[in-house]
Design a binder for this molecule. Sequence first.
Ligand SMILES: NC(=O)c1ccc[n+]([C@@H]2O[C@H](COP(=O)([O-])OP(=O)(O)OC[C@H]3O[C@@H](n4cnc5c(N)ncnc54)[C@H](O)[C@@H]3O)[C@@H](O)[C@H]2O)c1
Ligand SMILES: [Zn+2]
Ligand SMILES: [Zn+2]
Length: 396
Amino acid sequence: MRALTWHGKHDVRVDTVDDPEILNPRDAIIKVTSTAICGSDLHLYDGYIPTMQAGDILGHEFMGEVVETGPGSTLKKGQRVVVPFTIACGSCYHCGKNQYSACDNSNPADNQDIADTLYGQPMAGLFGYSHMTGGYSGGQAEYVRVPFSDVGPIVIPDGIEDDKVLFLSDILPTGWQAAENAEIEPGDTVAVWGCGPVGLFCVQSAFLMGAARVIAIDHFPRRLEMAAKFGAETINYEESQTYEALMEMTGGIGPDACIDAVGLEAHGLFVDNVWDQIKASTFLGTDRAHSIRQAILACRKGGRVSMPAVYGGFVDKFPLGAFMQKGLTLKTGQTHVQRYLPGLLTAILEEKIDTTFLISHRLGLEQAPDGYRMFHDHQNDVTKVVLKPGFDRVAA
Ligand SMILES: NC(=O)c1ccc[n+]([C@@H]2O[C@H](COP(=O)([O-])OP(=O)(O)OC[C@H]3O[C@@H](n4cnc5c(N)ncnc54)[C@H](O)[C@@H]3O)[C@@H](O)[C@H]2O)c1
Ligand SMILES: [Zn+2]
Ligand SMILES: [Zn+2]
């Protein structure tokens, strides 16, 4: 089959590779009909995530048709499913608490040493996201093996187009969980750093949860315009100072809840960001943590900080004093996708949540390397790239 494979920093290629096979009774094989490139994939593309190997198949946002099932799968051939990016067994201690991205059984033991050292315990397996998270082949391919297929995938009713439901695989539940973690109370003011796909779903989710005001921060005009269309007020951090603008907009109090939807590749010529960049380029540090630092400083006293954004390693200049003195709460994590699927599918079907607005480009799988380049280099115009295996080139 054809698949998008990682070969190093800024080097991804479409190669011919072996077809996936059923390895365990609960596996299913999915023929991929749509798959998207995620902001998290850019962290791999930029070489920030350790334990990648040349030839690894990328992609953790995908859906398709069931073509083969093991004896323990509950899926049936011909069903259309969206697959969560987090792989979870459904029966361990953490899955029992609905904390699927903390599953203890989906990340093979021989990949866990580095996670034990870095994080204290290993995380769940993830599709197409390094050997630290299981080394699973991803879904930017014609076919993909889905382990624990009786737990993760959600069956999509006939007649619903892929583009409407594809983002159930990751970014929609991620935006939703981030807003839930912000513990929004009716009337709250919520600030969201980053108007990428995750930030834009945070904006929609925050309003649905009762926020009176959402303030969205970015520097790409088109992304800010999208946030404004959903009712957000906006700050372009290249035109005004984010902290000062937030204080002015909230009468000096600060937002009730702050959501960091930027992550370890924050842009901007801020002192701490340049410092992080120098450290990263000299292998003295890993992540650029500007947005989470700023969210902590701007949040009102006693407020909540939610961090869906991905960080990989260690940061310094973290405002721990402000965090403690102001009595803030911080919630974060890879998304427990399985927990949110039924409710969010209903919200899409009832048109309470808009998903297709995000897609700026549709390409064939063979054009995937172009898709990565575009999403990486032209973030203003390229808000989300969807790849359609089987099509040579699909119009935007
Ligand atoms: N927790 C999870 O399970 C999960 C799932 C999906 C994605 N993520 C993470 O969420 C983050 C966002 O994902 P995305 O797909 O929207 O990515 P993206 O790269 O498309 O968007 C990030 C946005 O942040 C903006 N930004 C950069 N620096 C900024 C700054 N200093 N202030 C304000 N905005 C700034 C960028 O301009 C960009 O629009 C990434 O870190 C991604 O890895 C987490
Ligand atoms: Zn993703
Ligand atoms: Zn589990």
